[in-house]
Design a protein around this ligand. Structure first.
Ligand code: MG
Length: 387
């Protein structure tokens, strides 16, 4: 990248953190540029530049699940420049995932794309990135997403099209109502009941039945629930699932701790609603271990290391006769749009992460009466709303 262009972009990034001034210094000093050898394939001759900067997402509501609550989520935004195009990626780092901004940026600094002649060499690049260090799945996802966005832009086609997917087949996304007082739950339900077709409710704590009843005072929309490992007794969990089924619940995520796989398998055998794995799985290598214990899996790009491995997980799950769901973290429209690009393949989508923040960086995935609408633009089709 030209020095002048770099400075222009740095200035834009500086503007982007006006809401979080403490990050400004780190953006200026932490931004990294890696240059690669000239590309020789696909008729392109540019260089790949990997850049990244920390960006703190501000949540519109304090987010509470069975085990924690928080008001912000750290992310690291990744950009890969090539041939005048910029692919965008994102590492979302909610504390429960076990990764942080410093570790993510340290990982990204180690990534050297100079050995690759073209961003089209996805399999080689992502296999290499996976070997740079163990773990660090959000950082790996960020690179994967940026490369997919970049390739789409270079081809001049939306990513979903390159993946062979029909944008008319995107599902509705559920919208999550976090644990809160009945008054706030009532208010949140009123706010979203007209805009969404499925609501997701966090359960697995003492007041969860009251929460469901409060929502049911307002709307009869289908519900999905997520216990986040909150139930430890399988019979109690089954009784609860029967009650939830009567309340119009269509699916339950991770009812019991991942350490209680045999109990989960028993629950799956007896449950009136499908049981999906979330905390029990991260990546492809985890899937054989949960075979037979769940009806379906919830795939999240920040855990799967991105789109490429998510597709492999999807193929495995379908081969095993399992259902599929796509989830997300609190993320900007960058990572949510990346996940939504795969959504024509799934039974449930829980891709509301961008709707839960007040300082999104991009215009990307849209909603029409609760259904995900993919932008008809090259790559992820993101528009930088700070420009
Ligand atoms: Mg979950």
């Amino acid at each position: 990248m030209e020095r002048r262009e770099f400075l222009q972009k740095a200035a834009i990034l500086g503007g982007a953190v006006a809401l979080a001034p403490d990050l400004l210094a780190s953006i200026r000093f932490e931004e990294e540029v890696h240059q690669s050898a000239p590309a020789v394939k696909h008729g392109l001759s540019g260089k790949m530049h990997l850049r990244f900067f920390p960006y703190e997402l501000e949540l519109t509501h304090t987010f509470t699940v069975a085990t924690f609550s928080r008001k912000t989520t750290p992310t690291v935004q990744v950009l890969i420049d090539y041939e005048g195009y910029t692919g965008h990626g994102e590492a979302s780092l909610p504390p429960y995932l076990g990764y942080n901004t410093e570790g993510t940026m340290a990982f990204l600094r180690k990534v050297d794309l100079s050995q690759f002649s073209s961003p089209f060499l996805l399999e080689d690049i992502l296999t290499y990135v996976d070997t740079v260090a163990p773990g660090e799945t959000p950082a790996k996802a960020a690179i994967d997403i940026a490369l997919h966005d970049l390739i789409g832009q270079l081809c001049g086609r939306p990513l979903y099209e390159l993946l062979g997917l029909d944008p008319a087949k995107t599902p509705s996304t559920s919208y999550t109502i976090g644990i809160d007082t009945p008054e706030i739950v009532r208010q949140k339900t009123l706010e979203c009941a007209e805009r969404f077709n499925v609501l997701k409710v966090k359960v697995g704590y003492k007041g969860d039945e009251e929460m469901i009843r409060t929502i049911r005072e307002i709307t009869n929309l289908p519900l999905v629930v997520d216990a986040n490992q909150g139930w430890t007794d399988r019979q109690e969990a089954l009784d609860k699932l029967h009650w939830l089924h009567e309340q119009g619940v269509q699916m339950a995520e991770q009812p019991m701790p991942k350490t209680q796989l045999d109990d989960i398998a028993w629950l799956t055998q007896h449950s009136p609603v499908p049981i999906y794995a979330d905390e029990s799985i991260q990546r492809m290598a985890d899937l054989p271990k949960i075979k037979g214990a769940f009806h379906g899996i919830n795939i999240k790009l920040m855990k799967s290391t991105g789109i490429r491995e998510a597709l492999k997980m999807m193929a495995w799950a379908r081969t095993e006769g399992m259902d599929l769901m796509l989830g997300c973290m609190t993320e900007t429209s960058c990572a949510v749009t990346a996940a939504a690009s795969l959504s024509p393949l799934v039974d449930f989508a829980d891709l509301d992460g961008n709707l839960l923040i007040s300082n999104d960086l991009y215009d990307g995935i849209g909603l029409e009466k609760g259904r995900l609408i993919l932008p008809n633009r090259p790559g992820l089709g993101l528009i930088d709303i700070k420009k």
